[in-house]
Design a protein. Structure first.
Length: 35
């Protein structure tokens, strides 16, 4: 059984990659459209 925290962090990274393509968890889109 894999660690839950590992699975959650992996899924979160996948979701962020889908929502913010080309971004590395910088969340610049929350501050305003930079693209």
């Amino acid at each position: 059984m894999l660690d839950i925290s590992f699975i959650m962090s992996y899924l979160l990274a996948q979701i962020i990659d889908l929502v913010l393509p080309g971004s590395t968890f910088e969340l610049d889109s929350l501050n305003g459209p930079t693209h």
